[in-house]
Design a protein around this ligand. Structure first.
Ligand SMILES: Nc1ncnc2c1ncn2[C@@H]1O[C@H](COP(=O)(O)OP(=O)(O)OP(=O)(O)O)[C@@H](O)[C@H]1O
Ligand SMILES: [Mg+2]
Length: 267
């Protein structure tokens, strides 16, 4: 018989592996939620490419051809940015926690969710300060942001307003991210349950996507592993605000500060 200490150790390791797999599965399912909007966007890009290729062939003068090639290049670069973003989001497995520029992380997530927001006529109000660094695992924080943003979009249905804020809080030692919507809100008696695994008020859509109730449970795990904090404020009919706090870090050596330089002699 194996001794109890060894059994506990084996079970703990097994649980850690299962948790990791769950996080990965949830990450893939969140990409699945964006499949329809990304397909739409690719369709638009292809239409642009096809139309400008036809124009370039029809009008052989140099100016028109240059313009057509220019448009084709821009459209293709946009497509490449989306596929690269999708692949790195879906594949990333590193668990390293290192200084990360939060504005950049948020912008990478926006590349993937932008079309979905646009299709639901959601206005994005982005107030992201430059040079806010946090100790973070980039793919986990992107997963967390993706979950919060998809939830916000689903709560707003059509023509809502999504506020995204990145700000520094050096006095308290945090780098902060805020995701706020003006959607349906969460009733007070439901608030304590939203971070529970499998708690959901949604039914899966026509493709069987969504409504597993794992999005916020995964967010909470990620916040805990970063020694951060997450707070939610909500009012039915007015909207919901999630505030995420991560341990801040100074910008790592080699990165140029975009903050206003301190002039010599000025105190
Ligand atoms: N921004 C929000 N506005 C209103 N309700 C929200 C918001 N975010 C979360 N909720 C509530 O919290 C519940 C749990 O959210 P969570 O992301 O964990 O699961 P889900 O969105 O239902 O399913 P999945 O994330 O798997 O698609 C939701 O079903 C919803 O009732
Ligand atoms: Mg969700």
């Amino acid at each position: 018989m194996t001794d109890p200490a060894q059994q506990v150790q084996e079970l703990t390791e097994r649980m850690a592996r299962l948790e990791e797999e769950l996080m990965r599965a949830q990450r893939l399912s969140s990409v699945g939620a964006l499949a329809s909007s990304i397909t739409h966007e690719f369709n638009n890009i292809l239409t642009t490419v096809i139309n400008y290729a036809k124009m370039g062939l029809r009008h052989p003068d140099e100016a028109t051809r240059t313009k057509a090639l220019d448009r084709i290049l821009t459209a293709s670069q946009r497509a490449a940015k989306i596929t690269t973003g999708m692949l790195s989001y879906a594949r990333s497995t590193s668990s390293r926690i290192e200084p990360q520029d939060l504005k950049r992380l948020l912008e990478d997530v926006l590349v993937l969710v932008q079309k979905d927001l646009q299709m639901h006529r959601i206005t994005v109000d982005l107030q992201a300060a430059d040079n806010v660094w946090a100790m973070a695992n980039s793919s986990q924080i992107q997963q967390l942001l993706m979950n919060l943003i998809v939830n916000a979009r689903q709560a707003m249905k059509e023509a809502g307003r999504l506020r995204l804020i990145v700000r520094d809080n050096p006095d308290e030692g945090w780098a902060e991210l805020i995701v706020a919507d003006n959607g349906c809100g969460i009733p007070q008696d439901k608030l304590p349950r939203i971070f529970e695994s499998f708690y959901t008020t949604k039914t899966p859509d026509e493709r069987g996507q969504g409504g597993t109730g794992l999005g916020l449970a995964v967010c909470l795990k990620i916040v805990e592993s970063h020694h951060g904090r997450i707070r939610v404020e909500s009012e039915v009919g007015r909207g919901t605000t999630f505030t995420l706090r991560l341990p801040r870090s100074e910008s790592p050596a080699g990165f140029i500060s975009t903050a206003a330089p301190v002039r010599a002699g000025v105190r």
